[in-house]
Design a protein around this ligand. Structure first.
Ligand SMILES: Cc1ncc(C[n+]2csc(CCOP(=O)(O)OP(=O)(O)O)c2C)c(N)n1
Ligand SMILES: [Mg+2]
Length: 577
């Protein structure tokens, strides 16, 4: 029996096990939306902006490990997805985005709502398709999910011309084979043996764990490696949750706003084991001063990530979980060092650095410190919530003060740094986990970038909690202006333009709560966590607070700036007024 392209779309998604898609309608996708009107298997979640749909699909994917799906119309609907697609691309998130397109015979004619989305999205998708013939559609969908999920995951876009979804053919679900695409999962055994011997010889080794550990499901193997060889672990922003944040071998996050002791350990190391991380400039600081005495082992499934930024002595292309499994086996069978003895001096040295400059902040009982809010969230949730963040200071304080202890519990835009990501991403995660506590730790600037998704959360009864660290500033940019631009606060002061978030929440039918004093923080959080409704919490925090420590841009990572003494900060405050 012949069925339409729109029906093939539905049947293909069913075959892929898709239950939820996020989207927004328009003229050229009406065929599909018509089928979604009474389809029992697939539920479309209507967001209020296409960017929100893609971030929600991304949050769904990051929190579950399954591909997230979005469906939008042509032209502006399609172009509105680009920030979401680029966000997913930078952080290796598997999503499949379907965009409507004008009929094939009109493509290239500047037809109404035509945009060359295949061209526009090419640099920020892992792969993209223009489905020109309905006969190819099911194969394309199947390939798209395979490409999105396999190897180093990433976003795939399928452009669907209106006539293709209208025309009919037989539905088939073919075997697929993509000749030019064969990710390498097994690492080279000889290289892995070299890595094991290098670990055996090292005295001052450090592991840097990245998002690849989480993507491959390799947390258990990472822990086994660290505990067996007594090597301390630092987790990049994308790697937070891959290793228990409270483990005695945890050094927290490295890099620009990382811990002093992680950065000192990297700089002083004789062996760096980089696992599923790509040496982003926020991690390395000044490249030619990075880890000057270290031999480097890099494990990554994506060969183009290896040696991209730093020299690597032992490159291993492969899936992190499989490589670590073999590495652990070789270590246990062949490299039987007295690990505790070998690492004793190194771990003692790291502890001294930890004592010298712990990750801390100055508490106040007059004004709410943003770090205090994050600490309280961590304490009350015991690290068991799914946390998303926006971008800026709120994101860095979350990374510093929330102790992530499970993979897939932090949803944050690391590579692209997309303000407006956290709230829709939290909506996606809440849909996947209706009974879990999902909290977006937000900034007053970022939350306004996708605040319209309050409607999506409320109407779908998604009890997402948003904790706004309201400093009335584009705080992170203000921080740079204070430190590097002579306190010239050009266009970063939001102040009286910041809306009343309690009223906004209420206007959408959500709950709005506010805390202006430190003593109110815990009661507000407790009240929010108790309710089954969408909640905005407006924490009016100290606007002067900065994220420390900080590596100034272009400096080596052990040359960090620390919190200033109070009097000096006071002087600055006067200067601003
Ligand atoms: C879409 C987008 N535009 C601009 C930026 C640059 N930027 C980075 S942090 C930041 C300020 C964010 O302000 P807010 O959300 O209030 O967070 P805070 O730093 O105050 O916690 C800006 C403008 C960005 N990351 N993303
Ligand atoms: Mg702010």
């Amino acid at each position: 029996m012949k069925i339409s392209g729109a029906e093939i779309f539905i049947e293909s998604l069913k075959k892929e096990g898709v239950k939820h898609i996020f989207g927004y309608p328009g003229g050229v996708v009406l065929n599909i939306f018509d089928l979604l009107y009474d389809n029992k298997d697939i539920q479309l979640i209507l967001t209020r902006h296409e960017q929100g749909a893609v971030h929600a699909a991304d949050g769904y994917a990051r929190s579950t490990g399954k591909a997230g799906v979005a469906l939008v119309t042509s032209g502006p609907g399609a172009t509105n997805t680009i920030t979401g697609i680029a966000t997913a691309s930078m952080d290796s998130v598997p999503i499949v985005v379907f965009s409507g397109q004008v009929p094939t015979m009109l493509i290239g004619n500047d037809a109404f709502q035509e945009a060359d989305i295949v061209g526009i999205s090419r640099p920020c998708t892992k792969y993209n398709y223009l489905a020109k013939d309905v006969k190819d559609l099911s194969r394309i969908v199947k390939e798209a999910f395979y490409i999105a999920m396999s190897g180093r995951p990433g976003p795939v876009l399928i452009d669907l011309p209106k006539d293709v979804t209208a025309s009919k053919t037989e539905f088939t679900w073919p075997e697929i084979k993509i000749r030019s695409y064969n990710p390498t999962y097994e690492g080279n055994k000889w290289m892995i043996t070299q890595a094991a011997h290098a670990i055996g010889k090292s005295k001052r080794a450090v592991i840097i764990a990245g998002g690849g550990v989480i993507l491959s499901g390799g947390s258990k193997e990472l822990r086994e490696l660290a505990e067996y060889t007594e090597i301390p672990v630092t987790m990049t922003l994308m790697g937070l949750g891959s290793f228990h944040g409270n483990h005695k071998l945890s050094l927290g996050m490295p890099g620009m706003h990382g811990t002093y002791y992680a950065n000192k350990a990297i700089q002083g190391s004789d062996l760096l084991i980089a696992i599923g991380m790509r040496f982003d400039d926020r991690v390395t600081g000044k490249l030619d001063a990075f880890a000057p005495n270290a031999k480097i082992i890099q494990i990554d499934i994506d060969p183009t990530s290896i040696r991209k930024n730093v020299r690597v002595d032992i490159p291993i292309v492969g899936d992190v979980k499989r490589v670590l499994t073999l590495l652990n086996k070789i270590l246990k069978e062949d490299v039987k060092e007295q690990w505790a003895e070998v690492r004793k001096a190194w771990l003692k040295q790291i502890d001294e650095w930890r004592q010298e400059r712990p990750m801390t902040y100055t508490y106040s009982d007059e004004v709410i410190k943003p770090q205090f809010v994050v600490e309280k969230i961590c304490e009350l949730t015991k690290g068991n919530a799914i946390i998303s963040t926006e971008v800026g200071q709120n994101q860095m304080w979350t990374a510093q003060f929330y102790k992530f202890n499970k993979p897939r519990t932090l949803l944050t835009s690391g590579g692209l740094g997309t303000m407006g990501y956290g709230f829709p991403a939290a909506i996606g995660a809440q849909l996947a986990y209706p009974d879990k506590l999902v909290i977006d730790i937000a900034g007053d600037g970022s939350i306004q970038m996708n605040i319209q998704e309050l409607a999506t959360a409320v109407i779908n009864k998604l009890p997402v909690k948003v904790a706004i660290l309201n400093n009335r500033y584009l705080g992170m940019v203000r921080q740079w202006q204070e430190l590097f631009f002579k306190e010239r606060y050009s266009h970063t002061k939001l102040d009286e333009s910041v809306p009343d978030f309690v009223k906004i929440a209420e206007a959408y039918g959500a709950v709005g709560l506010r805390a202006t004093k430190p003593g109110e923080v815990e009661p507000v959080l407790k009240e929010a966590f108790k309710t089954k409704r969408t909640v905005f919490m407006d924490f009016v925090v100290d606007w002067k607070e900065k994220v420390f420590p900080m590596v100034p841009p272009g400096a080596p990572i052990d040359q960090m700036l620390f919190e200033e003494p109070e009097e000096k900060a006071e002087k600055k405050l006067k200067a601003v007024k």
